[in-house]
Design a binder for this molecule. Structure first.
Ligand SMILES: Nc1ncnc2c1ncn2[C@@H]1O[C@H](COP(=O)(O)OP(=O)(O)OP(=O)(O)O)[C@@H](O)[C@H]1O
Length: 705
């Protein structure tokens, strides 16, 4: 049955289209901001005020974009009273543009400059190798990390005060030469193109500047100042519709959201600006809402009450526990998951929401022991975070770009032979025996000789290389292994993903890459899984690629986008059946909802969790909320010993999720026995005992599911 819009949601949907105006929609969590945004888009198109290709929806994270894409079609199908065929409905929806702000910036920049590289972890580590230990010593940094470099470079770029800093100047130069950008660079570049007053505009630029009439931004409270150059340029002259909740602002460390909102108000000079509110809560039980209101009350407009529409009481309040050791905490999670699953919850109903990425790693390792299926809702698919896979991709960059330079340098005057320098630095510095001093000397020598790194090592006899370059044999070997791959057609003309993986595996082995030696069984299984994902993405590229380019070129140009799509469709497939537990940082769970949310903080956390982050995590829960080791004044320890025998609650739970309630009584009658036998079998009853059992033997899920 189609959902009915509430009175306040209808006011937003019926608000007329006015060019050069701003509509701000403020609302609490679960009030239907995203839901209303989708219906607003439908209304704009259905009423004929704008066409679907004149609408741009922006959000901050890939997950939020996926969420919008998933639900748009549903809303259009549900409200299709015009007898349009499903193909016609899909065609309308496909024309609506949905991007992350960085995704939009990327599209604008690549339209002008071709493929650019957004710097990743391996990239920062490679750049670190170019910096002498004296440089860090002078700044009293003993063990410099990629994060240090990122921070220092951001400061250098934003102030440019330290212009005497030759080292950073060189780093910036190499990044420019190799088209390596940070996310901030990407935004600034995109804004620069938008500011240009070109008569002859490229297609996407023309669309952004002149075709879009309405720009909708979800989660406006998360916009931070460095995004402003793109947002302000994109929104000029259009109707800007912003949805947000100031209580959920958790990116203040990136700069003030208030400053952004002042600037956004200025776009339409404050005259054509209106604010509306949504006063409902469709997501959480009244008990959860009451508890999170103690963390942060909803902001209200004068004369209005909050939450006009609410779910019925569930009579179950949030549960809060604290533990004194990690293993107690993890043991509790496994124990509780066992009980929940025995009582009819699916694994995919449950979300473990952490403060840090380190917690995700340790909790997931613990779940591995019990073979509990889970997936991590990270911002990037796991395979792309594997440094060994990143190494292979960087090698592909060296090969493809060098071949491209060799073929096209005389035809293409802007082709930069230095484009490969960056990937060469990263890949070489990951090899045994090539230390930072050698990399620094090699790079300086190539600059002085006016040659790219590749040309330096392949055209100058190693006996004549500059002093300071040691282990020349290894460098010569590097070029000798790559050269035939660049010059022969095997990789270039490969049409099957397996051919590509086989060739690259041979290269990696020949290079004697230390990260694949002496791997533990777990590590090598992980590499196998990640290579399997790379294979899947290569397969998608081979089906969808433009026929004018080769598979390896198509992979290099599109693996990032294709990988995000593949990752998303895999998550959807995995959510069928019993599914998998969701593990996410609170930051990555924004905009999502789960029947059961467990907010888990690290034991002995130095800093207690801030109110906004706790608020965001807690408001992801629909029916059941756990606070584990959450140190916050609004949270008091609370158990619920009756939870797993509370039939009215489990009926409520199943009804809320549209599941049959007929079996609840039968499941509850048997669950105590099932829970007990599992607890005995696996030593789960006492939170501190199970570290003693042989965990490798435990296959918990096999017994539960
Ligand atoms: N009018 C409605 N009728 C039925 N369900 C609704 C209605 N409006 C919203 N919902 C449902 O309420 C839930 C919360 O909606 P939504 O995710 O849009 O909230 P939100 O305000 O964006 O939340 P948050 O800011 O916390 O991410 C969703 O499951 C949505 O489908």
């Amino acid at each position: 049955m189609a959902s009915q819009l509430t009175h306040s949601q209808l006011s937003v949907c019926n608000y007329p289209y006015k060019p050069a105006s701003t509509l701000k929609v403020n609302a609490g969590p679960g009030s239907g901001k995203t839901f209303t945004l989708l219906h607003k888009v439908h209304k704009l198109i259905k009423s004929g005020q704008v066409r679907s290709d004149e609408i741009l929806i922006l959000s901050l994270t890939n997950k939020a974009v996926d969420n919008i894409n998933d639900k748009l079609l549903g809303v259009f199908q549900e409200t299709n009273s015009d007898e349009l065929s499903s193909d016609e409905v899909r065609e309308i929806v496909d024309q609506i543009s949905v991007f992350t702000i960085h995704g939009l910036a990327n599209k604008l920049v690549t339209e002008h400059e071709g493929v650019v590289n957004i710097i990743e972890d391996n990239g920062w580590k490679g750049l670190l190798k170019l910096i002498s230990s004296k440089y860090w010593g002078d700044r009293q940094i003993r063990a410099p990390t990629a994060k240090n470099l990122e921070k220092i470079l951001r400061k250098y770029k934003s102030t440019l005060t330290d212009t005497q800093d030759r080292t950073l100047k060189e780093i910036v130069k190499i990044m420019e030469d190799c088209k390596v950008l940070t996310n901030d660079d990407l935004i600034l570049k995109a804004a620069k193109y938008l500011e240009q007053d070109n008569k002859l505009m490229l297609e996407f630029m023309e669309t952004v500047k002149h075709k879009y009439k309405v720009v909708l931004i979800d989660e406006y409270q998360d916009l931070y100042p460095s995004l402003l150059p793109v947002i302000t340029n994109v929104s000029q002259g259009k109707q800007l519709i912003l949805f947000g909740d100031t209580n959920q602002s958790i990116y203040e460390f990136l700069g003030s959201n208030k400053e952004v909102m002042v600037k956004l108000d200025e776009i339409n000079s404050g005259i054509n600006t209106e604010t509306l509110h949504l006063y409902d809560n469709f997501r959480s039980t009244p008990e959860i809402i009451e508890a999170v209101q103690r963390i942060k009350p909803h902001p209200t407009a004068p004369g209005m009450h909050t939450d006009i529409v609410m779910k019925q009481p569930s009579l179950v309040r949030p549960i809060a526990h604290t533990f004194s050791t990690d293993s107690d905490q993890y043991g509790f999670l496994v124990n509780e998951i066992t009980k929940l699953v025995c009582t009819g919850a699916k694994l995919s109903d449950i979300a473990i929401l952490t403060r840090t990425n380190a917690q995700i790693k340790s909790i997931s390792e613990y779940f591995d022991i019990y073979q509990i299926p889970y997936h991590k809702l990270t911002s990037q698919p796991d395979w792309l975070l594997d440094t060994r896979v990143q190494f292979i991709i960087d090698l592909i960059k060296v090969i493809v770009l060098t071949r491209h330079n060799n073929l096209h340098s005389c035809l293409d005057p802007v082709a930069s032979p230095r484009l490969t320098d960056f990937s060469i630095i990263i890949t070489m510095s990951a090899l045994r025996g090539i230390g930072p001093k050698t990399i620094q000397s090699l790079y300086s020598a190539s600059i002085e000789s006016g040659l790219s790194l590749w040309d330096y090592i392949t055209t100058i006899d190693s006996a004549k290389w500059a002093p300071g370059i040691t282990n020349k044999k290894k460098i010569v070997q590097y070029s000798e292994i790559l050269l035939p791959i660049i010059e022969n057609d095997a990789l270039w003309n490969a049409t099957s993903p397996m051919e590509i993986l086989e060739i690259m595996s041979r290269v990696v082995v020949a290079l004697d890459y230390p990260a694949i030696e002496g791997m533990s069984e777990k590590d090598s299984n992980l590499l196998e899984t990640n290579l399997q994902e790379m294979y899947e993405v290569l397969s998608i590229c081979s089906v969808e690629k433009n026929p004018d380019i080769t598979l390896i070129e198509a992979f290099l140009e599109t693996f990032f986008d294709k990988s995000a799509k593949y990752h998303h469709s895999k998550l959807i497939q995995e959510s069928h059946g019993a599914g998998k537990i969701n593990i996410s940082t609170i930051h990555s769970s924004k905009g999502l909802e789960f029947p059961i949310a467990m907010v888990v903080c690290p034991i002995n956390d130095l800093f207690s969790i801030d109110d906004n982050t706790l608020y965001v995590g807690s408001t992801r829960a629909r029916n059941l909320l756990y606070w584990i080791d959450v140190r916050n004044n609004a949270v008091k320890p609370r158990e619920d010993p009756q939870l797993f025998s509370n039939e009215p609650f489990w009926n409520y739970y199943n009804r809320d999720l549209g599941r049959p309630v007929a079996n609840t009584a039968r499941i509850l009658a048997g669950n105590t026995q099932q829970i007990k036998s599992l607890q005995n079998k696996f030593g789960l009853r006492q939170y501190s005992t199970h570290t003693r059992i042989n965990m490798k033997l435990v296959r918990l899920c096999k017994y539960v599911l």
